[in-house]
Design a protein around this ligand. Structure first.
Ligand SMILES: NC(=O)c1ccc[n+]([C@@H]2O[C@H](COP(=O)([O-])OP(=O)(O)OC[C@H]3O[C@@H](n4cnc5c(N)ncnc54)[C@H](O)[C@@H]3O)[C@@H](O)[C@H]2O)c1
Length: 370
């Protein structure tokens, strides 16, 4: 099979769908790889890293889409890419269809095979191609929090780990899933005093077992949060209720009880945020202040660390990409239920129910296109 890797063209997107290591793996499996020039540069992989392992560099996205049987990328296609996509071509990337009718209609029209990273699902319900980005954002959150706690950045001038004779910072982590656990681990590693709040007691029992002594757990209730937030230097929002808007665990009236110059990093801002006053921001202008509290609401945190994010993402996607290449998409999804759940649009039909429902469009079963 011929696998194509276009350069990402969404603003500020520096990740790439396939590393030179990933390309090498596909080539060793008997496939050919075509990469658009400079596709990997933003992630630290210049063209010669790809040519060294036998991939071909081509000049334009049209040269990639024009020949590839399967496109492996990172972000959903945007308007300039729509006309390049060919009937029957497999696209393996993030789509987030339910967020865009325009994209959904364009992919239906293209008659391509759209396999979405975000809906590939393990039997236990976990989403293996979303986890690496949650890990990145989770580990970044205390790092960003520490930065904005510095006085010149608008914070209250507190060092996360304290020093001998001076207490460390007090960090609240709301939600103890992938983001929250990674945040708590890093904040505790800095030496901060960390409390994880979750409403799942089983999860709290597990975290209590595995986290270090400077990280404790507490049930997520409004009164517990209201009481604790008074002492917090840094609050990290990491809640997720699948398929729903995040609940506002930190309400507007709680802000006035917080220390001036305290920092909130709401990672869950992409699902509406678990802090009432949080709104999405960008890496160009990541923070704003409400009631003396610094708010950080960057909705695509992994974009700031494209090297780590690309390696993390492709480490998770590569086994699926190899399977799709080796077997062809139809046999691959017949044999692998995880991949089957990733198929959203095929040959002009929407085969993922939630996407069809989101836009009141026709749903067809996956079996009808296999
Ligand atoms: N901003 C970014 O760049 C970025 C990057 C990756 C992920 N995210 C977002 O971060 C959020 C968390 O993702 P995740 O992968 O950790 O999800 P997850 O499902 O692993 O964890 C969510 C946790 O929230 C807990 N929870 C649910 N309701 C709660 C409540 N009322 N109080 C306390 N805890 C509650 C759940 O029990 C679970 O442990 C998601 O919204 C995700 O989209 C954002």
């Amino acid at each position: 099979m011929l696998i194509g890797v276009p350069k990402e063209i969404k603003p500020l997107e520096k990740r790439v769908g396939l590393t030179p290591g990933g390309a090498e793996m596909l080539i060793r499996n008997g496939h050919k790889v075509v990469v658009e020039t400079n596709a990997g540069v933003g992630s630290g992989f210049p063209d010669d890293r790809y040519t060294a392992i036998g991939a071909t560099i081509v000049a334009t996205a049209a040269d990639v889409y024009g020949v590839a049987d399967m496109i492996v990328k990172v972000k959903e296609p945007i308007a300039p890419e729509y006309p390049l996509i060919r009937k029957g071509q497999t696209l393996f990337t993030y789509f987030h269809f339910a967020a865009s009718r325009e994209l959904t209609e364009a992919m239906v029209k293209s008659e391509a095979v759209c396999i979405a990273y975000e809906t590939v699902q393990k039997p236990d319900g976990s989403l293996p191609l979303l986890v690496p980005m949650s890990e990145v954002a989770g580990r970044m959150a205390p790092q960003e929090g520490a930065k904005y706690l510095e006085h010149p950045m608008g914070g209250r001038g507190v060092l996360l780990g304290g020093i001998p004779g001076v207490r460390p910072a007090n960090v609240m982590v709301l939600g103890g899933g992938v983001v929250g656990t990674n945040s708590a681990k890093i904040a505790a590693g800095f030496g901060a005093q960390v409390t994880i709040f979750d409403n799942n007691l089983y999860r709290l029992r597990y975290l209590d077992d595995v986290m270090p002594r400077n990280c404790v757990t507490q049930m997520s209730t409004a009164s517990n949060i209201r009481e604790a937030i008074v002492e917090a230097d840094l609050v990290i929002g990491a809640v997720l209720i699948v398929g729903a808007k995040a609940p506002h665990l930190v309400t507007r009236d709680m802000l006035s009880t917080m220390k001036p110059g305290a920092v909130i990093v709401d990672v869950s801002v992409d699902q509406g945020g678990c802090v009432e006053t949080c709104k999405p921001t960008t890496h160009d202008n990541p923070t704003y202040v409400v009631d003396g509290v610094v708010h950080y609401g960057v909705a695509n945190m992994p974009g700031a660390v494209p090297y780590t994010s690309t390696l993390g993402l492709t480490g998770a996607t590569l086994p699926y990409a190899v399977e799709l290449a080796n077997k062809g998409w139809q046999n691959a999804v017949k044999e692998n239920r995880e991949l089957a759940l990733g198929v959203n649009v095929v040959a002009g039909k929407i085969v993922y129910k939630a996407v069809a429902e989101a836009f009141d469009m026709q749903y067809d079963s996956l079996d009808s296109v296999l």
